[in-house]
Ligand binder design. Structure first.
Ligand code: FAD
Ligand code: UDP
Length: 386
Protein backbone atom coordinates (compact mmCIF):
# COMPACT_ATOMS: atom_id res chain seq x y z
CA UNK A 1 0.00 0.00 0.00
CA UNK A 2 1.23 3.50 -0.73
CA UNK A 3 1.15 6.27 1.86
CA UNK A 4 -0.75 8.58 -0.39
CA UNK A 5 -4.38 9.52 0.03
CA UNK A 6 -4.53 11.07 -3.41
CA UNK A 7 -2.50 10.49 -6.55
CA UNK A 8 -2.81 13.14 -9.23
CA UNK A 9 -1.63 12.72 -12.78
CA UNK A 10 -0.63 16.07 -14.28
CA UNK A 11 0.62 19.31 -12.71
CA UNK A 12 -1.44 21.81 -14.74
CA UNK A 13 -4.16 23.97 -13.21
CA UNK A 14 -6.46 20.97 -12.78
CA UNK A 15 -3.93 18.81 -10.94
CA UNK A 16 -2.29 21.62 -8.98
CA UNK A 17 -5.60 22.97 -7.65
CA UNK A 18 -6.73 19.55 -6.44
CA UNK A 19 -3.30 18.85 -4.94
CA UNK A 20 -3.17 22.15 -3.10
CA UNK A 21 -6.67 21.78 -1.70
CA UNK A 22 -6.22 18.17 -0.58
CA UNK A 23 -2.83 18.91 0.99
CA UNK A 24 -4.28 21.86 2.87
CA UNK A 25 -6.88 19.51 4.31
CA UNK A 26 -4.11 17.25 5.59
CA UNK A 27 -4.12 14.63 2.83
CA UNK A 28 -0.88 13.13 1.53
CA UNK A 29 -0.69 13.84 -2.17
CA UNK A 30 1.51 12.56 -4.97
CA UNK A 31 1.63 14.37 -8.31
CA UNK A 32 3.02 12.51 -11.28
CA UNK A 33 3.97 14.78 -14.18
CA UNK A 34 5.57 13.60 -17.39
CA UNK A 35 7.07 16.96 -18.30
CA UNK A 36 10.17 18.23 -16.59
CA UNK A 37 8.24 21.11 -15.02
CA UNK A 38 5.01 21.95 -13.22
CA UNK A 39 2.35 24.30 -14.65
CA UNK A 40 1.00 22.26 -17.55
CA UNK A 41 0.29 24.40 -20.58
CA UNK A 42 0.39 27.55 -18.45
CA UNK A 43 4.10 27.05 -17.68
CA UNK A 44 6.18 30.18 -18.35
CA UNK A 45 9.80 31.20 -17.88
CA UNK A 46 11.99 34.31 -18.05
CA UNK A 47 14.01 34.77 -21.22
CA UNK A 48 16.34 37.79 -21.23
CA UNK A 49 14.01 39.47 -18.76
CA UNK A 50 10.82 38.72 -20.71
CA UNK A 51 8.13 36.36 -19.43
CA UNK A 52 7.63 33.83 -22.23
CA UNK A 53 4.71 31.36 -22.08
CA UNK A 54 6.22 28.10 -23.24
CA UNK A 55 2.99 26.63 -24.65
CA UNK A 56 1.45 29.78 -26.11
CA UNK A 57 0.01 32.98 -24.64
CA UNK A 58 -2.13 32.60 -21.50
CA UNK A 59 -4.27 35.50 -20.33
CA UNK A 60 -6.28 35.12 -17.16
CA UNK A 61 -9.86 36.36 -17.45
CA UNK A 62 -12.93 35.30 -15.52
CA UNK A 63 -16.32 36.19 -14.13
CA UNK A 64 -15.80 33.62 -11.42
CA UNK A 65 -14.83 35.57 -8.32
CA UNK A 66 -14.14 32.43 -6.31
CA UNK A 67 -11.62 31.13 -8.85
CA UNK A 68 -9.83 34.48 -8.98
CA UNK A 69 -9.84 34.90 -5.19
CA UNK A 70 -8.44 31.40 -4.91
CA UNK A 71 -5.57 32.12 -7.32
CA UNK A 72 -4.75 35.42 -5.65
CA UNK A 73 -3.74 33.47 -2.55
CA UNK A 74 -0.64 32.33 -4.43
CA UNK A 75 0.70 35.55 -5.92
CA UNK A 76 0.07 39.12 -6.96
CA UNK A 77 -1.75 40.03 -10.17
CA UNK A 78 -1.76 43.16 -12.28
CA UNK A 79 -4.71 44.35 -14.38
CA UNK A 80 -4.34 43.54 -18.05
CA UNK A 81 -6.97 43.82 -20.79
CA UNK A 82 -6.05 41.93 -23.92
CA UNK A 83 -6.59 43.68 -27.26
CA UNK A 84 -6.05 41.96 -30.58
CA UNK A 85 -5.59 43.38 -34.05
CA UNK A 86 -6.30 41.37 -37.17
CA UNK A 87 -4.56 41.67 -40.53
CA UNK A 88 -7.59 42.11 -42.78
CA UNK A 89 -7.20 43.28 -46.38
CA UNK A 90 -3.91 45.09 -45.65
CA UNK A 91 -5.40 46.89 -42.65
CA UNK A 92 -4.99 46.35 -38.93
CA UNK A 93 -8.50 45.90 -37.58
CA UNK A 94 -9.67 45.25 -33.99
CA UNK A 95 -10.85 41.71 -33.26
CA UNK A 96 -13.47 40.97 -31.95
CA UNK A 97 -14.98 42.73 -34.94
CA UNK A 98 -16.82 45.77 -33.55
CA UNK A 99 -18.20 49.13 -34.66
CA UNK A 100 -14.68 50.52 -34.99
CA UNK A 101 -13.75 47.56 -37.22
CA UNK A 102 -16.73 48.39 -39.46
CA UNK A 103 -15.46 51.98 -39.77
CA UNK A 104 -12.02 50.72 -40.76
CA UNK A 105 -13.27 48.21 -43.33
CA UNK A 106 -16.06 50.17 -45.05
CA UNK A 107 -16.25 53.65 -46.57
CA UNK A 108 -17.98 56.39 -44.53
CA UNK A 109 -21.63 56.22 -45.61
CA UNK A 110 -21.77 52.43 -45.90
CA UNK A 111 -20.09 52.07 -42.51
CA UNK A 112 -22.69 54.38 -40.96
CA UNK A 113 -25.54 52.38 -42.45
CA UNK A 114 -24.06 49.06 -41.35
CA UNK A 115 -23.53 50.28 -37.80
CA UNK A 116 -27.07 51.63 -37.68
CA UNK A 117 -28.69 48.43 -38.91
CA UNK A 118 -26.57 46.28 -36.61
CA UNK A 119 -27.56 48.35 -33.59
CA UNK A 120 -31.20 48.27 -34.67
CA UNK A 121 -31.19 44.48 -35.10
CA UNK A 122 -29.27 43.50 -31.96
CA UNK A 123 -29.11 46.52 -29.64
CA UNK A 124 -26.09 48.55 -28.65
CA UNK A 125 -23.74 46.76 -26.29
CA UNK A 126 -24.73 43.24 -27.31
CA UNK A 127 -22.54 40.47 -28.69
CA UNK A 128 -23.51 38.24 -31.59
CA UNK A 129 -21.76 34.98 -32.49
CA UNK A 130 -20.81 35.00 -36.16
CA UNK A 131 -22.85 31.86 -36.91
CA UNK A 132 -25.93 33.67 -35.52
CA UNK A 133 -25.22 36.81 -37.50
CA UNK A 134 -25.04 34.74 -40.67
CA UNK A 135 -28.64 33.61 -40.14
CA UNK A 136 -29.96 37.18 -40.29
CA UNK A 137 -32.05 37.84 -43.41
CA UNK A 138 -31.65 41.60 -43.52
CA UNK A 139 -29.61 42.15 -46.72
CA UNK A 140 -27.20 44.62 -45.14
CA UNK A 141 -26.59 42.47 -42.07
CA UNK A 142 -26.21 39.50 -44.38
CA UNK A 143 -23.57 41.30 -46.42
CA UNK A 144 -21.74 42.34 -43.24
CA UNK A 145 -21.91 38.81 -41.83
CA UNK A 146 -20.48 37.43 -45.07
CA UNK A 147 -17.67 39.96 -44.96
CA UNK A 148 -16.78 39.17 -41.34
CA UNK A 149 -17.07 35.44 -41.89
CA UNK A 150 -14.90 35.52 -44.98
CA UNK A 151 -12.25 37.84 -43.55
CA UNK A 152 -12.11 36.83 -39.89
CA UNK A 153 -13.44 33.32 -39.35
CA UNK A 154 -13.40 31.20 -42.46
CA UNK A 155 -9.69 30.59 -43.01
CA UNK A 156 -8.55 31.11 -39.42
CA UNK A 157 -10.93 28.34 -38.34
CA UNK A 158 -9.82 26.05 -41.16
CA UNK A 159 -6.18 26.60 -40.22
CA UNK A 160 -6.83 26.17 -36.50
CA UNK A 161 -9.09 23.12 -36.61
CA UNK A 162 -8.48 21.54 -40.00
CA UNK A 163 -12.29 21.77 -40.38
CA UNK A 164 -14.79 24.25 -41.76
CA UNK A 165 -16.47 26.58 -39.26
CA UNK A 166 -19.76 24.83 -40.04
CA UNK A 167 -18.28 21.46 -39.04
CA UNK A 168 -17.30 22.35 -35.47
CA UNK A 169 -19.37 23.18 -32.42
CA UNK A 170 -20.64 26.79 -32.88
CA UNK A 171 -19.50 27.48 -29.30
CA UNK A 172 -15.93 27.58 -30.64
CA UNK A 173 -16.37 30.57 -32.98
CA UNK A 174 -18.78 32.11 -30.45
CA UNK A 175 -15.76 32.62 -28.18
CA UNK A 176 -14.97 35.63 -30.35
CA UNK A 177 -18.36 37.26 -31.04
CA UNK A 178 -19.13 40.36 -33.10
CA UNK A 179 -19.44 43.29 -30.67
CA UNK A 180 -22.27 45.72 -31.29
CA UNK A 181 -20.29 48.42 -29.49
CA UNK A 182 -16.84 49.98 -29.52
CA UNK A 183 -15.59 47.42 -27.01
CA UNK A 184 -12.37 46.16 -28.57
CA UNK A 185 -11.24 43.96 -25.68
CA UNK A 186 -10.70 40.32 -26.60
CA UNK A 187 -12.47 39.21 -23.41
CA UNK A 188 -15.33 40.88 -21.61
CA UNK A 189 -14.97 39.18 -18.24
CA UNK A 190 -15.15 41.15 -15.04
CA UNK A 191 -11.67 40.13 -13.87
CA UNK A 192 -8.84 40.40 -16.38
CA UNK A 193 -5.42 40.05 -14.80
CA UNK A 194 -1.97 38.59 -15.27
CA UNK A 195 0.23 37.06 -12.55
CA UNK A 196 2.90 39.61 -11.68
CA UNK A 197 5.68 37.06 -11.38
CA UNK A 198 4.33 34.67 -14.00
CA UNK A 199 2.29 31.46 -13.88
CA UNK A 200 5.10 29.12 -12.84
CA UNK A 201 5.67 31.14 -9.66
CA UNK A 202 1.97 30.70 -8.84
CA UNK A 203 2.26 26.94 -9.28
CA UNK A 204 5.37 26.80 -7.09
CA UNK A 205 3.45 28.56 -4.35
CA UNK A 206 0.43 26.29 -4.77
CA UNK A 207 2.49 23.14 -4.56
CA UNK A 208 4.94 23.98 -1.79
CA UNK A 209 2.94 22.16 0.93
CA UNK A 210 4.93 19.42 2.69
CA UNK A 211 2.00 17.08 2.08
CA UNK A 212 2.69 17.18 -1.65
CA UNK A 213 5.32 15.06 -3.37
CA UNK A 214 5.98 15.68 -7.05
CA UNK A 215 7.50 13.22 -9.49
CA UNK A 216 8.57 15.13 -12.61
CA UNK A 217 9.77 13.52 -15.84
CA UNK A 218 7.57 10.56 -15.03
CA UNK A 219 4.83 9.10 -17.17
CA UNK A 220 2.03 7.88 -14.94
CA UNK A 221 1.58 4.94 -17.27
CA UNK A 222 4.89 3.56 -16.01
CA UNK A 223 3.57 3.35 -12.44
CA UNK A 224 -0.19 3.05 -12.63
CA UNK A 225 -2.18 0.09 -13.91
CA UNK A 226 -5.91 -0.26 -14.16
CA UNK A 227 -8.00 -3.40 -13.92
CA UNK A 228 -11.04 -2.31 -15.91
CA UNK A 229 -13.17 -5.34 -15.01
CA UNK A 230 -12.59 -5.16 -11.29
CA UNK A 231 -12.39 -1.36 -11.18
CA UNK A 232 -9.06 -1.54 -9.35
CA UNK A 233 -6.11 0.83 -9.49
CA UNK A 234 -2.54 -0.35 -8.96
CA UNK A 235 0.31 1.97 -8.07
CA UNK A 236 3.75 0.43 -8.54
CA UNK A 237 2.14 -3.00 -8.64
CA UNK A 238 0.15 -2.63 -5.40
CA UNK A 239 -3.53 -1.88 -5.11
CA UNK A 240 -4.19 1.81 -4.50
CA UNK A 241 -7.35 2.48 -2.51
CA UNK A 242 -7.00 6.27 -2.29
CA UNK A 243 -8.32 8.65 -4.94
CA UNK A 244 -6.73 8.90 -8.36
CA UNK A 245 -7.29 12.19 -10.19
CA UNK A 246 -6.27 11.88 -13.81
CA UNK A 247 -5.78 15.02 -15.94
CA UNK A 248 -4.09 13.47 -18.99
CA UNK A 249 -5.63 12.22 -22.23
CA UNK A 250 -8.14 9.41 -21.81
CA UNK A 251 -7.29 7.48 -24.96
CA UNK A 252 -3.67 7.35 -23.79
CA UNK A 253 -4.68 6.07 -20.34
CA UNK A 254 -6.62 3.24 -21.97
CA UNK A 255 -3.93 2.35 -24.50
CA UNK A 256 -5.99 3.67 -27.43
CA UNK A 257 -8.19 0.59 -27.21
CA UNK A 258 -11.09 2.39 -28.93
CA UNK A 259 -8.87 4.31 -31.32
CA UNK A 260 -7.30 7.75 -30.96
CA UNK A 261 -9.18 10.82 -29.80
CA UNK A 262 -8.24 13.56 -32.25
CA UNK A 263 -6.61 16.76 -31.04
CA UNK A 264 -5.21 19.83 -32.73
CA UNK A 265 -1.70 20.83 -31.92
CA UNK A 266 0.52 23.84 -32.55
CA UNK A 267 4.00 24.41 -33.82
CA UNK A 268 5.00 27.43 -31.76
CA UNK A 269 7.94 29.27 -33.29
CA UNK A 270 9.83 31.51 -30.90
CA UNK A 271 11.80 34.40 -32.42
CA UNK A 272 13.88 37.25 -31.10
CA UNK A 273 13.68 40.63 -32.86
CA UNK A 274 15.19 44.06 -32.47
CA UNK A 275 13.05 46.76 -30.87
CA UNK A 276 9.33 46.11 -30.85
CA UNK A 277 7.76 43.76 -33.41
CA UNK A 278 4.06 44.66 -33.64
CA UNK A 279 1.37 47.07 -32.47
CA UNK A 280 -0.77 44.77 -30.30
CA UNK A 281 0.28 42.00 -27.90
CA UNK A 282 -1.45 39.55 -30.23
CA UNK A 283 -2.06 40.06 -33.93
CA UNK A 284 -4.29 37.59 -35.77
CA UNK A 285 -3.76 36.54 -39.38
CA UNK A 286 -7.17 35.32 -40.54
CA UNK A 287 -6.15 35.15 -44.21
CA UNK A 288 -5.89 31.89 -46.12
CA UNK A 289 -3.16 29.35 -45.47
CA UNK A 290 -1.26 30.20 -48.66
CA UNK A 291 -0.87 33.84 -47.59
CA UNK A 292 -0.42 33.21 -43.88
CA UNK A 293 0.29 29.62 -42.78
CA UNK A 294 -0.06 30.73 -39.16
CA UNK A 295 -3.01 32.06 -37.12
CA UNK A 296 -1.52 34.59 -34.74
CA UNK A 297 1.66 36.16 -33.41
CA UNK A 298 2.05 37.16 -29.78
CA UNK A 299 4.71 39.55 -28.54
CA UNK A 300 5.22 38.78 -24.88
CA UNK A 301 6.75 42.03 -23.71
CA UNK A 302 3.56 43.86 -24.68
CA UNK A 303 1.76 42.12 -21.81
CA UNK A 304 3.62 44.53 -19.55
CA UNK A 305 4.64 48.17 -19.78
CA UNK A 306 8.05 47.91 -18.21
CA UNK A 307 9.89 45.49 -20.47
CA UNK A 308 13.15 46.11 -22.39
CA UNK A 309 12.84 48.45 -25.36
CA UNK A 310 15.69 47.24 -27.55
CA UNK A 311 14.67 43.62 -28.14
CA UNK A 312 11.59 41.42 -28.02
CA UNK A 313 10.32 37.82 -28.30
CA UNK A 314 7.39 36.57 -30.35
CA UNK A 315 5.57 33.27 -30.68
CA UNK A 316 4.02 32.45 -34.05
CA UNK A 317 1.33 29.76 -33.94
CA UNK A 318 1.22 27.26 -36.80
CA UNK A 319 -1.71 24.89 -36.18
CA UNK A 320 -1.39 21.24 -37.16
CA UNK A 321 -2.91 17.86 -36.41
CA UNK A 322 -1.75 16.20 -33.20
CA UNK A 323 0.56 13.28 -33.86
CA UNK A 324 1.87 11.64 -30.74
CA UNK A 325 5.06 10.38 -32.35
CA UNK A 326 5.51 13.42 -34.60
CA UNK A 327 8.59 15.58 -34.49
CA UNK A 328 6.19 18.53 -34.46
CA UNK A 329 2.63 18.59 -33.22
CA UNK A 330 3.24 16.03 -30.49
CA UNK A 331 1.37 17.95 -27.78
CA UNK A 332 -2.42 17.49 -27.64
CA UNK A 333 -3.49 21.13 -27.21
CA UNK A 334 -7.10 21.33 -28.32
CA UNK A 335 -9.84 18.66 -28.25
CA UNK A 336 -11.81 18.82 -31.50
CA UNK A 337 -15.54 19.26 -31.00
CA UNK A 338 -17.57 17.12 -33.33
CA UNK A 339 -20.40 14.73 -32.53
CA UNK A 340 -18.30 11.79 -33.64
CA UNK A 341 -15.43 12.70 -31.30
CA UNK A 342 -17.82 13.26 -28.44
CA UNK A 343 -19.25 9.78 -28.95
CA UNK A 344 -15.81 8.22 -28.90
CA UNK A 345 -14.89 10.15 -25.76
CA UNK A 346 -18.05 8.95 -24.00
CA UNK A 347 -17.27 5.38 -24.99
CA UNK A 348 -13.89 5.78 -23.31
CA UNK A 349 -15.52 7.15 -20.16
CA UNK A 350 -17.81 4.14 -20.14
CA UNK A 351 -14.75 1.87 -19.98
CA UNK A 352 -14.11 3.30 -16.50
CA UNK A 353 -17.59 2.60 -15.14
CA UNK A 354 -16.37 0.07 -12.58
CA UNK A 355 -14.10 2.53 -10.76
CA UNK A 356 -15.28 4.37 -7.67
CA UNK A 357 -12.00 6.15 -6.89
CA UNK A 358 -10.87 7.43 -10.30
CA UNK A 359 -11.74 11.00 -11.32
CA UNK A 360 -11.26 12.63 -14.73
CA UNK A 361 -10.51 16.33 -14.64
CA UNK A 362 -9.12 18.89 -17.05
CA UNK A 363 -8.91 19.90 -20.68
CA UNK A 364 -7.48 16.57 -21.78
CA UNK A 365 -9.22 14.12 -19.47
CA UNK A 366 -12.64 15.69 -20.03
CA UNK A 367 -11.97 16.35 -23.71
CA UNK A 368 -13.33 19.85 -23.21
CA UNK A 369 -12.21 23.35 -24.22
CA UNK A 370 -11.76 24.83 -20.73
CA UNK A 371 -10.10 28.13 -19.97
CA UNK A 372 -7.92 28.32 -16.89
CA UNK A 373 -10.59 29.84 -14.66
CA UNK A 374 -13.11 27.16 -15.61
CA UNK A 375 -10.73 24.36 -14.79
CA UNK A 376 -9.82 25.91 -11.43
CA UNK A 377 -13.53 26.19 -10.63
CA UNK A 378 -14.09 22.56 -11.66
CA UNK A 379 -11.15 21.42 -9.59
CA UNK A 380 -12.43 23.27 -6.52
CA UNK A 381 -15.78 21.57 -7.08
CA UNK A 382 -14.19 18.15 -7.35
CA UNK A 383 -12.31 18.62 -4.09
CA UNK A 384 -15.62 19.21 -2.31
CA UNK A 385 -16.82 15.86 -3.69
CA UNK A 386 -13.60 14.06 -2.77
P1 FAD B 1 -2.76 20.99 -18.83
O1 FAD B 1 -2.30 22.35 -18.51
O2 FAD B 1 -2.61 20.48 -20.20
O3 FAD B 1 -2.05 19.99 -17.81
C1 FAD B 1 -2.12 18.58 -17.95
C2 FAD B 1 -0.80 18.03 -17.47
O4 FAD B 1 -0.88 16.61 -17.41
C3 FAD B 1 0.34 18.35 -18.43
O5 FAD B 1 1.39 18.99 -17.75
C4 FAD B 1 0.78 16.97 -18.96
O6 FAD B 1 2.17 16.88 -19.20
C5 FAD B 1 0.36 16.06 -17.82
N1 FAD B 1 0.15 14.67 -18.23
C6 FAD B 1 -0.66 14.22 -19.22
N2 FAD B 1 -0.57 12.88 -19.33
C7 FAD B 1 0.29 12.46 -18.37
C8 FAD B 1 0.80 11.19 -17.98
N3 FAD B 1 0.43 10.06 -18.60
N4 FAD B 1 1.68 11.14 -16.97
C9 FAD B 1 2.08 12.27 -16.33
N5 FAD B 1 1.64 13.51 -16.66
C10 FAD B 1 0.75 13.60 -17.67
N6 FAD B 1 -6.81 29.55 -20.95
C11 FAD B 1 -7.11 30.80 -20.49
O7 FAD B 1 -7.84 30.93 -19.49
N7 FAD B 1 -6.58 31.91 -21.09
C12 FAD B 1 -5.77 31.84 -22.17
O8 FAD B 1 -5.33 32.86 -22.69
C13 FAD B 1 -5.46 30.55 -22.67
N8 FAD B 1 -4.65 30.43 -23.74
C14 FAD B 1 -4.35 29.20 -24.21
C15 FAD B 1 -3.50 29.12 -25.31
C16 FAD B 1 -3.16 27.87 -25.81
C17 FAD B 1 -2.24 27.79 -26.98
C18 FAD B 1 -3.71 26.70 -25.20
C19 FAD B 1 -3.36 25.35 -25.75
C20 FAD B 1 -4.52 26.78 -24.12
C21 FAD B 1 -4.86 28.03 -23.60
N9 FAD B 1 -5.69 28.16 -22.49
C22 FAD B 1 -6.00 29.41 -22.02
C23 FAD B 1 -6.25 26.98 -21.80
C24 FAD B 1 -5.37 26.49 -20.64
O9 FAD B 1 -4.13 26.08 -21.16
C25 FAD B 1 -6.09 25.34 -19.97
O10 FAD B 1 -7.31 25.77 -19.44
C26 FAD B 1 -5.30 24.72 -18.84
O11 FAD B 1 -4.00 24.41 -19.24
C27 FAD B 1 -5.99 23.46 -18.42
O12 FAD B 1 -5.28 22.86 -17.38
P2 FAD B 1 -5.20 21.28 -17.26
O13 FAD B 1 -4.54 21.03 -15.96
O14 FAD B 1 -6.53 20.70 -17.53
O15 FAD B 1 -4.31 20.82 -18.49
N1 UDP C 1 -11.43 32.73 -34.56
C1 UDP C 1 -11.33 33.09 -35.88
N2 UDP C 1 -10.64 34.22 -36.21
C2 UDP C 1 -10.03 34.99 -35.29
C3 UDP C 1 -10.12 34.61 -33.94
C4 UDP C 1 -10.82 33.46 -33.60
O1 UDP C 1 -11.86 32.40 -36.75
O2 UDP C 1 -9.39 36.00 -35.65
C5 UDP C 1 -12.22 31.51 -34.23
C6 UDP C 1 -11.38 30.24 -34.42
O3 UDP C 1 -12.24 29.19 -34.82
C7 UDP C 1 -10.84 30.02 -33.02
C8 UDP C 1 -12.06 30.40 -32.19
O4 UDP C 1 -12.61 31.53 -32.88
O5 UDP C 1 -10.47 28.69 -32.81
C9 UDP C 1 -11.76 30.77 -30.76
O6 UDP C 1 -10.74 31.76 -30.74
P1 UDP C 1 -9.82 31.98 -29.45
O7 UDP C 1 -8.95 33.14 -29.71
O8 UDP C 1 -10.68 31.99 -28.24
O9 UDP C 1 -8.96 30.63 -29.47
P2 UDP C 1 -7.83 30.12 -28.44
O10 UDP C 1 -7.24 31.32 -27.80
O11 UDP C 1 -8.55 29.23 -27.49
O12 UDP C 1 -6.89 29.40 -29.34
Amino acid sequence: MSNYDVIIVGAGFAGATVAQQCAEKGRKVLIIEKRKHIGGNAYDYMLDGIDVHAYGPHIFHTNNKEAFEYLKRFGDFYPYEHRVLGHIQDKLVPIPFNLKSIELCFAGKIADELKEVLIKEYGMGNKVPIMELRKNNNPQVHMLADFIFENVFKYYTMKQWGLKAEEIDPAVTARVPVNVSYDDRYFNDQYQYMPLNGYTALFEEMLKDDNIDILLNTDAKDHIDLDLDKGKIYYRGKEFIGKLVYTGALDELLDYKLGELPYRSLDLVLEKHQGTFQKAATENYPGNIETYPYTRITEYKLFKETYPQDYTYTHTEYPLAYKRDGEKGNIPYYPIFTNENDKKYKAYVNELKNFHNLYLLGRLAEYHYYNMDAIIAKALGLVCKL
